[in-house]
Design a binder for this molecule. Sequence first.
Ligand SMILES: *Cc1c(COP(=O)(O)O)cnc(C)c1O
Length: 383
Amino acid sequence: MTDTYIPYGRQVISDADIAAVADVLRSDFLTQGPAIPAFEAAFATRVGASQAVAVCNATAALHIACLALGVGPGDVVWTSPNSFVASANCAIYCGADVDFVDVQPDTYNMDMNQLAERLRQAELAGKLPKVVIPVHFAGQPCDMSALDALRQQYGFRVIEDASHAVGATYKNSSIGDCTFSDIAVFSFHPVKIITTGEGGMALTQDLELAGRMRLLRSHGITRDADSMVSPPDGPWYYQQVELGFNYRITDLQAALGTSQLAMIDRWLDRRHEIARRYDTAFDGENLTTPVQSSGVRSALHLYPIQVENRDVAFASLRAAGIGVNVHYIPIHTQPFYRARGFAPGMFPESEAYYARAMSLPMFASLTNEQQDRVCEEVLKAIR
Ligand SMILES: *Cc1c(COP(=O)(O)O)cnc(C)c1O
């Protein structure tokens, strides 16, 4: 990283990470080897789930999670408009329809009161969602107890898009232990909490869902005689029992992931320290800092502020070498979704938030000196 440009997010790679990847390069397996189940087991233990399926990215994990839950043509999947497009695209991949539930103005997470009202109406219309995908925006867990009560009342399934939330906790549970969901999905893209370059993982407590996702990850092919529809021809035999994909992660990536796991707690502590320093620097200033809900510990993937003159502030910060970004352009306003009948105005809270939103640099290796420079430039830009 240059001294002058400070990005909004960045990976941290240690000598131990490099050594772990180099070990795989010298080993027999670059893919389909032992580093993958080792990463899955270590991550599953860390978050408290019994089953883990590592894949090439979180988008693939969301796709096979939807398929494992039986999402298909005629079904509807609901998610948050304040997310990356992958949270919605996963349902379209399965031939299902997508709809959105607007966000709370303070946490920017799915508003569970609006969800309750929308479910009431959907039940009357006979069009309940098959799956709801809450997104733990910026690493802050959604109100999972409220969601769980609605899940029990209406019978939909839940996939947590926990791409931002590695290491986050909700009340007494760890995000990923699936206390309030069927499947939780994490991303290991370099801007997220830990990285494998590209990579993702689906966690579940359900052995059958995990089995289906493993099958879908690798062409729908099984080598397990018990899972075949007829006896194997011989020891070489494999059988394709459904249409799957090549969504595998490599051993190189998995080894990097396992090595990175050891750092989660320290990195989250540092992210919280950075957030407190921003909170203090901006206290009393004309901008909105992100709210931290009680009873949760955010992974603080992002530090999104809201400012009046966002476009001007954004331009002057970028000109000053501060890599601010905007998360997120509401999904329903994207041309692809407009062509499917959505339009601006439909989810006003996410649109109002988007109009003023700006994510400041937030990553574990951001130094106090760099952060002080960011604060100074932000205050210059908004005054
Ligand atoms: C990053 C991200 C994804 C996609 O993750 P990939 O690993 O890049 O496929 C999905 N949802 C959210 C909310 C994300 O931030």
